[in-house]
Design a protein around this ligand. Structure first.
Ligand SMILES: Nc1ncnc2c1ncn2[C@@H]1O[C@H](COP(=O)(O)OP(=O)(O)OP(=O)(O)O)[C@@H](O)[C@H]1O
Length: 470
């Protein structure tokens, strides 16, 4: 017998597409657009799975989810939402939703999730776990959605997380979110930055020391591992950890216990580890400076933060958020014009969200009127060298390192493999900057339009993908 799906969705276009796709897969779909109708349908019949939007014409689809669970405790719920914030992702996971799909979503992925939900339901498994209010995580871009989804997946377990991403992309914020929203939130959150501590002190900082363990160890000291007992330990800039400390950390992760420097006793510790790095670890492993076995211990759940330049649509919301922060730190209240946001969005943001925060604070300091306008943005960022040649070449060099470490191409193919790797993103960047206009993209690149056309064919780039959507 085919499985039944209840679809609660007031966007008719989405409801139609999803119903048809499910129908083609052999599901019996019952669709409705309101909470009242949903409840009436649930009172009449049982469904194998429910798909629900959050904002519905008569209320919030997640609000009374607990009541709904008492009516249909075993029914998996898949949440579809256009409010793509971390809060929504967390609310969806709190409501014990089986999956959360920010809109626009990939239909095939949704169909796979429905199939899994049905299979899981037949197996009788149930999800568990609560959480509370969200963090000020700003950004609804598609690029941030997978970050939010990954965060919600680790809230009810103690899996080790490795957060990667360029400096200033929000890696520490992810660690804090995992701690504050997860099951360890009543325990301590302890952070340690490997790059900020002299190498010879790292082991004693992490594991503590006994009195007299080394010159200067005048008293016993408790390390970060013990301080974080029952909570979360955030190991920042893990790529900067010296070799001996790596070995000791690996041992601690394997055994769940530590030994203070100069100490004899093994001390059991219960900590959840979140590690972060802005350096590519693959080339370091290849070069023998980072232990591969430690990498695998840390990289249980990888969360990769996108650079700000890949989610420019978040810049306006972030800028407004930081203006609010500036105000709460005593600066006067300011708004920002759309033209000023566009000017900010055009910059390269090598320092990512941290750099944007600093620039916004400087704008607030320098503003002569209520609204921050484009002219002020241009004045304030003028002297800042947002994308100098040297910086661009630096980031190319590190991308090239990562490519070489991963690709290990056959002899005789290296030049072309590297070229192909960089040519496509470069051309896509030009098209994106020019809203898909090939003539202007060719001008930006400084190549002939026919050459560009040939490249588009060769590299299978579809220029219409970059046309501005209204
Ligand atoms: N999505 C976001 N929403 C709001 N604030 C953010 C966001 N991402 C980052 N920030 C803010 O930007 C600043 C830098 O973030 P954070 O320190 O988490 O970056 P990081 O990736 O850990 O940097 P580094 O690698 O240099 O340590 C912080 O003030 C943080 O609160």
């Amino acid at each position: 017998m085919s499985h039944s799906v209840l679809l609660v969705e007031d966007d008719r276009a989405i409801a139609t597409v999803v119903s048809e796709a499910l129908g083609e897969e052999g599901y019996r779909v019952t669709a409705c657009t309101s909470i009242a109708r949903r409840d009436a349908l649930l009172a009449e019949a049982e469904f194998d799975v429910m798909l629900t939007d959050i904002v519905l014409e008569d209320g919030d689809g997640l609000d009374d989810i607990a009541a709904l669970r008492s009516k249909a405790p075993a029914m998996p719920v898949i949440v579809l939402s256009a409010q793509n914030t971390l809060d929504t992702a967390v609310r969806a996971s709190d409501s014990e939703a089986f999956e959360y799909f920010p809109k626009p979503f990939d239909l095939d992925a949704l169909l796979r999730a429905v199939a899994q939900a049905v299979a899981r339901n037949e197996g009788g498994a149930a999800a568990t776990g609560p959480s509370d209010e969200g963090l000020p995580f700003i950004g609804r871009s598609q690029a941030m959605q997978s970050v939010y989804r990954m965060i919600t997946k680790v809230l009810r377990n103690d899996l080790t997380v490795l957060v990667t991403g360029e400096s200033g992309t929000g890696k520490e914020l992810v660690a804090e979110a995992i701690h504050q929203l997860g099951s360890r939130r009543t325990g301590p959150f302890v952070a340690i930055n490997m790059a900020a501590i002299p190498h010879d002190l790292i082991e004693s900082e992490l594991f503590g020391h006994e009195r007299g363990a080394f010159t200067g160890a005048v008293a016993q000291a408790i390390g970060k591992f013990e301080q974080a007992n029952g909570g979360t330990l955030f190991l920042d800039e893990i790529g900067d950890m010296p070799a001996e400390a790596q070995t000791r950390l690996l041992r601690a992760l394997q055994s769940g216990s530590i030994r203070r420097v100069g100490g004899r006793n093994e001390i059991a510790v219960d900590v959840r580890i979140v590690a972060a790095t802005n350096r590519a670890l693959a080339p370091m492993i290849a070069a023998g400076t980072f232990r591969e076995d430690l990498f695998y211990r840390l990289n249980v759940v990888p969360i990769e933060l996108p650079p700000l330049r890949d989610r420019r649509e978040d810049i306006g919301a972030l800028a407004r958020h930081f203006l609010g922060q500036a105000e709460s730190e005593g600066l006067s209240r300011h708004t920002i014009t759309d033209a000023a946001v566009d000017a900010l969005a055009a910059l390269s943001w090598r320092g990512n969200v941290r750099e944007l925060r600093n620039v916004v604070f400087r704008l607030a300091l320098n503003a002569r009127q209520d609204a921050i306008d484009r002219t002020l943005v241009e004045e304030v960022v003028a002297g800042e060298n947002h994308s100098t040649e040297a910086e661009t070449s630096d980031s190319f060099a590190s991308a090239l390192d990562a490519f070489l470490a991963e690709a290990s191409p056959r002899p005789g193919t290296l030049y072309h493999a590297a070229l192909a790797r960089f040519e496509k993103p470069l051309i896509e960047h030009a098209l994106r900057s020019m809203d898909g206009n090939q003539l202007r993209a060719a001008e930006l690149l400084g190549i002939n339009r026919n050459t560009l056309r040939k490249k588009l064919d060769e590299l299978e780039i579809k220029p219409e993908r970059f046309a501005r959507r209204r």
